[in-house]
Design a protein around this ligand. Structure first.
Ligand SMILES: Cc1cc2nc3c(=O)[nH]c(=O)nc-3n(C[C@H](O)[C@H](O)[C@H](O)COP(=O)(O)O)c2cc1C
Length: 202
């Protein structure tokens, strides 16, 4: 699949980092867009400094994934990027993690950066589109925006874990959320053990 992954400045940079890794290892084509706040949270939470200019962000992001040939990094401020067009052959989009600011912009049709524009295109083209919002607690404004998105067909997968698979690490908690994202994309995975399904039955 050709998948756009938008990474915004909500807490949970590890979610975006691990989803991109999984998709590349599973041989998908990933078009990553990282907002400036997403870059800041990558540094804050993962100690990965991507840099300031698009050239630096692109170089360092590609390096982080060992220059994988199916990874592309688009500048967040480039509305003319190929993936911003409805005619591009993109299969699906995920915004992970998704800030309340980005959720608000997308819910109200604002296109202030390429993530918003690609999201707007995903909605109008009715492509599979998933957001992984993170905020706590959420205000009525946040909830209304998420409801608006859900009503137009956006899959809202909150950045929360279940506990029935007894996660022992942060990665196991993160992978539960990412597994639900992959379920929606109909991509097979073994990121978590499903309810009442033991590892032996897989
Ligand atoms: C370390 C850090 C953590 C943040 N966590 C959240 C969060 O969990 N949810 C959220 O909506 N915003 C969070 N923010 C604020 C957003 O980064 C900010 O609203 C920003 O304008 C979002 O822009 P973007 O959506 O274009 O990335 C955080 C900011 C920082 C620096």
């Amino acid at each position: 699949m050709k998948i756009i992954v938008g990474i915004t400045g909500a807490s949970g940079a590890i979610l975006g980092q691990r989803l991109v890794r999984f998709l590349l290892e599973d041989d998908h084509e990933v078009h990553a867009i990282i907002s400036p706040s997403g870059v800041a949270v990558f540094a804050e939470e993962l100690d990965i400094r991507l840099g300031g200019s698009h050239a630096e962000i692109r170089k360092n992001f590609l390096k982080h994934y060992k220059n994988n040939k199916t990874l592309h990094v688009a500048p967040a401020d480039d509305f003319a990027a190929r993936i911003s067009s409805g005619s591009s052959s993109i299969d699906a989009m995920v915004i992970v993690p998704c800030s309340m600011s980005t959720a608000a912009a997308v819910a109200h049709g604002l296109t202030l950066n390429l993530i918003h524009r690609a999201a707007s295109v995903s909605i109008k083209e009715k492509r599979p589109f998933i957001i992984v919002p993170r905020e706590s607690p959420m205000s009525a404004i946040h909830l209304r925006n998420l409801l608006t998105l859900s009503e137009v067909g956006v899959h809202v997968v909150p950045a929360t874990t279940a506990f029935y698979h007894k996660p022992k690490t942060v990665e196991e908690m993160v992978d539960f959320t990412l597994g639900r994202v992959l379920d929606i994309l109909k991509i097979k995975h073994k990121l978590f053990t499903r309810w009442r399904e033991s590892a032996a039955e897989e």
